[in-house]
Design a protein around this ligand. Sequence first.
Ligand code: ZN
Length: 270
Amino acid sequence: MQAGPCLCHFSGSALAPSAAWSPADLSGGGSSPASGGPVDRALLEDLAAASRILAYQGVVDAFGHVSMRHPNAPNRFFMSRGLAPALVGADDIQEFDLNCVTCDGDTRPSFLERFIHGEIYRARSDVMSVVHSHSPSVIPFGLVETPMRAMFHNAAFLAAGVPVFDIGEKFGATDMLVGNREKGEALVKELADKPVVLMRAHGSVAVGPDLQSAVFRAVYTEVNARIQHQASAYGGPIAALSAEEGGLADVINMKAGQRAWDLWLKTVGR
Ligand SMILES: [Zn+2]
């Protein structure tokens, strides 16, 4: 899959891709994968804080998760063990290969839907962080034919289009969960090069070129959904952002977005 242009990037991120990767780098590990190597504990603390931020912002509740790719090993990623997001600390972070097997013999229970993350990292070399949530205002847009559109400048990334993944199209009646690689691959196919994909009768996924931008997109996807519900209530056409306006506004957002991360980090503590 061809990765799309990077429309969203917080400057100065420690998680930006540092080198070009070949497809072989993204092929995944074996049955007993080794760690991709040690990382600065501050990165794991940021990932744990991101989990708590998403809970504080109402994007996740007892369920949902955020991950980040290993900054030095593109076929590894980090995510919390199976735990309510508000309770996550740095010591709860696990490392996985792209087959979603824990590294270094970590036997703590993991999230069932970790395959969302593994398959996105395998397919999208531009993605360094993934958020999966069931945020309530977003879910209706996965149920109806009305597409989600960018209602305001902070959600400019949505102007590129918001696809919907219907797990039933390929797999028939299921438990709705993306619990294996095959379902993860199908989700990624629908996501394509977009920053957000909705999941019918389930939730959504937001991706970004760093942890901060993935969190920003998850938060503002939920806010945008609320605004679209309100705008729809007035009836008539909605003057949403055009794709061109979205591209222009997103450049500004990514310069200013660090302010949101700083505020949210202060709110939940590191
Ligand atoms: Zn889910």
